[in-house]
Every structure is written in structure tokens, then in C-alpha cells.
Design a protein around this ligand. Structure first.
Ligand code: NI
Length: 169
């Protein structure tokens, strides 16, 4: 089922999510629906707060549905180490048509649970590292515009207000 993606400044996007404690069929269905929603929007990742669910759950798939091996579900994830810096363009499904350069660590190691509650650790670099950091940020209520420089953030917020006035947001 394709879910509705909420846009900035919906309050749920700025709230820290609740830890997931039950690894049941409902959680698996939510993750499956989040993948479907991501693909329908041509995205590479989606966090539960973006579909209005304030939980520590995110899905990532850099292949955009083309390679099942790339499907990644992170439950209660945290970044345990990071290194390097990359300044690259980034977007977010809750900010349609906004793309800006954001500084992120070049490599991260994360710890998370899978849909059965099993803990695992995983490394990511380049785009995967960027995506992991972007999605894990979402779970803390942190949005990518607040990772932009002050000037870029102001310009972006002005652009959003203009789109809102025109009824295009
Ligand atoms: Ni996002």
C-alpha cells in the first residue's frame, strides 16, 4: 500500500521517534508499505515519521527496487562511528524539488535491529553513508535543511514559503 508522505513543516517530522519494541506483523507491513511508497516516489530512503508514524524505523534501497539485496530496514538504528567529510547534493521526499549540498561523514558504521529484532552492525560509505545519516537524522526529528549553511537554509525556507503561497507545496 502506498502511504501519504507528509511534507515540511508537519510537526511529526520534527519530533524524535519512539523506540520500536514489538517486532510483529504490523511492523513488517509498515516496512513493506514504506518500500512501496519510496519506489512510487522515486526515492532511495524513507523514515517512518515521513509517513506520520513517530517510530525509530527507516527503509533504504539505493537500487530503487531493482535489486532485492539492496533493501535495508533499520529498526532503532544508531551511528556508532563515522569518518571523513563529503559535501554533496541531497534531497528529501518531505521537501519535494528541494536539492542542496549538505556536509555528511564519508563513512559510517551503524548498529540497528532487523524486522525480527536481531541486532546487527553495518558499514556504509559514499551515497549509502549519506542516506543512512539522512534517515537516522529523521528519526531524531532532524531535517536536512538544518544541516545546510544558514544562507542556504534561509533561501530554501523562502522558496518553500513562495511555493506554499502559490499552492504548490
Ligand atoms: Ni528525508
Amino acid at each position: 500500500m502506498i502511504l501519504k508522505i507528509v511534507k515540511y513543516p508537519e510537526p511529526v517530522l520534527s519530533q524524535p521517534g519512539e523506540p520500536v519494541t514489538e517486532f510483529n506483523a504490523e511492523l513488517k507491513k509498515l516496512a513493506a508499505d514504506m518500500f512501496e511508497t519510496t519506489y512510487a516516489s522515486q526515492g532511495v530512503g524513507l523514515a517512518a515519521p515521513q509517513v506520520g508514524v513517530s517510530k525509530l524505523l527507516t527503509v533504504i534501497d539505493l537500487s530503487m527496487g531493482k535489486d532485492p539485496k539492496d533493501k535495508l530496514v533499520l529498526v532503532n538504528p544508531e551511528i556508532i562511528s563515522s569518518e571523513g567529510r563529503l559535501y554533496e547534493e541531497e534531497g528529501c521526499l518531505s521537501f519535494p524539488e528541494i536539492k542542496e549540498k549538505v556536509v555528511r561523514a564519508a563513512k559510517v558504521r551503524i548498529r540497528a535491529q532487523d524486522l525480527n529484532g536481531k541486532w546487527f552492525e553495518m558499514d556504509g560509505d559514499d551515497l549509502l553513508a549519506r542516506c543512512m545519516q539522512h534517515e537516522i537524522d529523521h528519526l531524531a526529528g532532524m531535517l536536512f535543511i538544518f544541516r545546510m549553511s544558514g544562507l542556504k537554509r534561509d533561501l530554501t525556507l523562502r522558496k518553500i514559503r513562495k511555493l506554499q503561497r502559490e499552492g504548490k507545496w
